[in-house]
Ligand binder design. Structure first.
Ligand code: FES
Length: 575
């Protein structure tokens, strides 16, 4: 890096001056043993770490950070690791999604307020990826993302089992009496047997693939298992590369163009990715001013076949995807569906990164000619039940339910659902449509992953494993079924979902992208006149801020005032 470029680094505003302020900024840092030459104008690389022992998927991130530091030092940078709020999917109540926007604010202000020239984001568990990307995008420094990598394949009694997917399957088997409880409990340790995030194509793997296909991560970022030494080599090389990115002033906004988002949407289709990616990418685009709409998901994903045979839609797991060639092989297979000249963090285009990428196992990565499923993309539904849209993942749905008309069985909220679902008195059969209200961003609050409601035991006992389900909530990326999600406007905001009553007929036609409540406009007006919004028990703190400012799922469920980005300048420094 030239002396002129060094003098323009934003970290120089802290470490450059020889006055009292400069003394304070350097002196306190030196208590960690950093020698003088670390303050000589070399780029400061912030390593934004979502490590936490309460986020088991990210619990190995201190080691990854150490390898990033090796690379940064090697390239002449000064690495400084800092923590941000970590969002563990399995423990955090009421739902990690409630705090995605809060964590993004933490990331944004931690970057902006500190002497950082370039950022490496360490992300893994579902919401940590969008939270970090969104926060960093609102600062727009040179930024590189490293995913923590998936766990090794689960192994249970000689079979591969997948995070989440097998939990749903086994718990239904326990409820129907097929699986003894002792077997169920034994499977716990067999499923999660190494560091890393869920190894199905759930939300974490989807978002790691999004990172790679957006160009925000190094090639093979998505699939290298967390414990594979090549994950650490990738971190080392990423550390070297971020120093060059600062030199090149390669900011996030230069990579995250409309083309990059279109690439990511198509890759989500090709991997049979999680519906959660819809919300996260809409929110991220909003931070960057990229014009991306919910409808784009349908238009761009409609022709994309699902190429990977991974759970929850298929058979294999992320470890298998890596050995089969990883995401570069998938992107290469997509051919002209990808904007190949989109720039990536390693300074090459995505086309250059993936050209000729080999596939070593056609069982895992299929071809465009013989795909795993003809429709990989996410279908966006419209109709009088969801005027602003709803989504369904066709590759995880049952073909016989893709066009269906049934009688609504309504649950007013998740507590109502839990109270009644196991009752033998519940008036329901397999042709009914299960409707769950008040699980949207504002209503729950936080839009939890409850859309894949477990079926009633009396239906399961008939050997039936899928029914049409509709809600304003989300679904875990590891889940499956004919599940309509993200109904917008949500019921707590007075959307038509709030007006559905037991016995109403609901029509779904995925091919026509239609979701219709078969009730007259007059009757709906009558019901609306009587409708009262649910009273929120949350009167203070972040919950209140969130409920009052959260936008609908069709806008990415971001907080209204977080849309866009701000300068990295902080002019005042008076302590
Ligand atoms: Fe963390 Fe699935 S629970 S990635």
């Amino acid at each position: 890096m030239t002396e002129t470029k060094k003098s323009k680094l934003r970290s120089r505003a802290w470490f450059g001056p020889t006055d009292r302020g400069g003394f304070i900024h350097r002196s306190w840092m030196k208590n960690q043993g950093h020698p003088d030459h670390m303050f000589d104008g070399r780029p400061v690389i912030g390593i934004c770490n979502t490590w936490s022992e309460l986020t088991p998927c990210n619990a190995h991130f201190r080691q990854i950070a150490e390898h990033v530091k090796r690379g940064v030092y090697e390239a002449g940078g000064f690495p400084l690791e800092f923590p941000v709020m970590s969002l563990g999917e399995t423990l955090l109540r009421p739902t990690a999604m409630l705090f995605r926007n809060l964590a993004s604010m933490d990331v944004e202000e931690s970057i902006r307020g500190n002497p950082i020239d370039g950022v490496v984001l360490l992300v893994g568990c579902d919401k940590t990826t969008p939270a970090c990307l969104m926060g960093a995008a609102s600062c727009d420094l040179p930024t590189l993302t490293i995913s923590g990598g998936p766990m090794l394949n689960g192994k249970f009694r000689g079979e591969d089992i997948g995070s989440g997917t097998n939990v749903w399957k086994f718990s239904e088997e326990v409820r129907s009496g097929e699986m003894p409880l002792c077997d169920f409990l034994e499977a716990e340790g067999c499923m999660s047997r190494s560091a890393g995030h869920c190894m199905t194509m759930g939300t974490a793997s989807t978002m790691a693939s999004v990172v790679e296909s957006l160009g925000m991560g190094m090639p093979q970022n998505a699939a290298i298992p967390a414990v594979d030494s090549r994950r650490y080599a990738l971190a080392h090389m990423a550390g070297r590369r971020i120093v060059e990115m600062v030199d090149e002033d390669l900011r996030m906004s230069k990579i995250l163009t409309r083309q990059a988002f279109e690439n990511a949407i198509r890759v989500v289709g090709a991997i049979g990715g999680s519906t959660n990616a819809v919300i996260h990418l809409l929110a991220l685009a909003g931070r960057l001013g990229v014009d991306l709409k919910l409808e784009d998901w349908d238009a761009l994903g409609r022709d994309v076949p699902c190429l990977v045979n991974l759970m929850p839609s298929g058979k294999y797991l992320m470890e298998d995807l890596y050995y089969a060639g990883g995401l570069p092989a998938v992107i290469n297979e997509l051919g002209d569906l990808i904007h190949r000249d989109a720039l990536t963090v390693n300074g090459k285009t995505i086309g250059e990164n993936t050209a000729g990428a080999p596939c070593y196992n056609r069982e895992v990565i299929k071809t465009m000619e013989e795909p795993f499923a003809p429709q990989g993309g996410i279908a966006v539904l419209k109709g009088n039940l969801c005027p602003n849209g709803a989504v369904i993942k066709p590759s995880a749905a049952s073909p016989h339910l893709m066009k269906h008309c049934g009688r609504a069985v309504v649950f007013e909220d998740i507590e109502d659902f839990h109270a009644r679902i196991d009752s033998t008195d519940l008036d329901i059969d397999e042709n009914c449509v299960m409707v769950l209200k008040n699980c949207g961003p504002r209503g729950y609050p936080g839009m939890p992953e409850v859309g894949n409601m477990p079926l009633p035991p009396k239906i399961l006992k008939k050997g039936i494993t899928d029914m049409l389900r509709i809600s304003d909530g989300r679904m875990s990326g590891t889940a499956y079924g004919t599940v309509v999600l993200h109904v917008t406007p949500e019921s707590a905001a007075g959307g038509p979902l709030a007006l559905v009553e037991n016995g109403d007929m609901i029509e779904l036609d995925v091919e026509a992208r239609r979701l219709h409540l078969d009730v007259t406009d007059e009757e709906l007006s009558r019901r609306r006149a009587k409708w009262q919004p649910p009273q929120s028990p949350y009167t203070r703190g972040y919950y209140k801020l969130y409920i009052e400012n959260v936008m609908g799922a069709d806008r990415g469920a971001d907080l209204e005032f977080l849309v866009g980005n701000s300068s990295t300048d902080v002019t005042r420094d008076s302590h």
